[in-house]
Structures are given as C-alpha cells and as structure tokens.
Design a protein around this ligand. Structure first.
Ligand SMILES: Cc1ncc(COP(=O)(O)OP(=O)(O)O)c(N)n1
Ligand SMILES: Cc1nc(C(=O)O)sc1CCOP(=O)(O)O
Ligand SMILES: [Mg+2]
Length: 221
C-alpha cells in the first residue's frame, strides 16, 4: 500500500499482510524481508516476536522497520503499543489478552494503525469497529503450526462483515496460495500469513508471488 493504513486499500481489493516468524535473528532475516517485499504487492508487515526481551524487539524494529517503510509498506508491531510508538512503527496489533484497544490508541495517537484480533466473534468485531479499530482480524481459518489456535473462523464471517461494515477485515491462520480463494471471494481485505511466505520451499519471494497470483485469480473469478 501507499504508506498508511490498511483502511486506505482499494475497495474490493485483497492484499497481503506479512507476519514475521515468532523468532528471528534480525540481521539474518533482513535479506529475506527485502526479498519478500521486492517480489510483489504487500500492504504491511507485522513484527511478531514472542518470548523476546524488549531490547531484542527494539533491535529488530530498528533494523527491519526501515526496510518496510522505505518501500511504502506499513510496519506494525505485535502486542507492544508503547514500543511501537518509541521505535517509529506505523502501528500495533493487539489481541484480546493484550493492551485494550482504547489504551493502545491513546498511546499511539489517531494517525497510527491499530488492529484488533476478534477470533471468530461478530460481537468482538463490532466492539472493535465501533471503538475505532483500523482493521479487525478473524481466524484461524485453517490449521496452523505457527501457534496454538483456539478459535476456528469460517469464510461466511468475512462476507457478513464486509457486507455490513466499512472497517477492513484481515483473515489469518494457515492461509496458503492453494486454500486462500474462498477467503478472497468472501471479502477479506487482507490475508495475513506466516508460513506460506517464510517457509515457502522456493523462498519468501516465491511465496509472495504465489499468494498474489492466487488472490488475482480468485478476484478474477
Ligand atoms: C493480523 C493478526 N491477526 C491476529 C493475530 C493474533 O493476535 P493475538 O490473538 O494477540 O495473538 P498473538 O499473535 O499475540 O500470539 C495477529 N498477531 N495478527
Ligand atoms: C499469529 C496468528 N494468529 C492467529 C489467529 O487465529 O488469531 S493464527 C496465527 C498464525 C498464522 O500463521 P500461519 O500463516 O503460518 O498459519
Ligand atoms: Mg497478541
């Protein structure tokens, strides 16, 4: 996307939202991130580091954030609104067990992107949308090995949401080039992926190309 919020995406377009692997060494990951972002359209990158110190997250932000922002790709930090503000990220993603949306918004201000996990819940999504979230995330749509997913979402949730609401929706969980078509046609504004890109056998560039080709094919009908 042009730098800014997922909300600025073209209506009815569906774009890629890359989430990093949960553990990475920033210097080794930097060329993989460049390869992914230079391979095709990507709307944003979420740095999602689990079980890392704040110092490690800061170091990763300092190295990886410019790679995304130089390419007009939004750089979002998972879980840590204060660190997101301090490190110059474009926004934060918060879950239901994380800093509440309103507090994250207060920390980051109105210009930042704040996205909220809503699992398979219309109710949580309505609340997040009414409170002002820039996007709501639903999942997991498919089995995933990246984390233990306790909720299972169905494509119908995306069609219901996109017909009712203006706030963009992100689909996440086990999404690949092979299985993404029903999510695209149901109205997902963004497909968030980890393994389909970073564990692609031909490398992350091939992962991005395969997903963008699958999105294009699904939109073409
Ligand atoms: C785009 C997107 N959607 C959902 C999540 C999951 O967030 P959360 O439930 O807080 O779980 P963790 O990712 O923090 O383990 C996400 N990170 N990004
Ligand atoms: C970070 C995350 N959140 C999920 C949710 O359901 O909220 S599923 C998930 C992992 C997504 O990784 P992959 O694309 O490798 O399945
Ligand atoms: Mg979280």
């Amino acid at each position: 996307m042009a730098k800014g919020k997922p909300a600025q995406a073209e209506p009815s377009a569906c774009r890629l939202y890359l989430v990093t692997p949960p553990a990475l060494e920033p210097a080794a990951f930097a060329p993989l991130l460049r390869e992914a972002l230079d391979a095709g359209d990507v709307a944003c990158v979420q740095l999602r580091l689990k079980d890392c110190s704040e110092d490690d997250i800061r170091r990763a932000c300092d190295l990886l954030r410019p790679i995304a922002q130089e390419r007009d790709v939004a750089f979002i930090l998972n879980d840590h609104p204060r660190l997101a503000r301090e490190t110059g990220c474009d926004g934060v993603h918060v879950g239901q067990q994380d800093t509440p949306y309103r507090d994250a918004r207060k920390i980051l201000g109105n210009d930042a992107i704040v996205g909220v996990t809503c699992h398979d819940s219309r109710h949580l999504a309505m609340i997040a949308g009414e409170e002002g979230a820039d996007y709501v995330a639903f999942g997991a749509f498919f089995p995933t090995t990246t984390k233990t997913a306790e909720f299972k979402a169905e494509p119908e949730l995306l069609s219901w949401w996109s017909e009712m609401m203006e706030v963009p929706c992100v689909a996440i969980g086990g999404i690949t080039a092979e299985n993404c078509a029903p999510l695209v046609t149901a109205g997902a504004d963004f497909l968030a992926v980890v393994n389909a890109v970073w564990a692609h056998p031909q490398g992350p560039g091939a992962g991005v190309r395969a997903l963008n080709a699958a999105i294009e094919a699904a939109l073409a009908g």
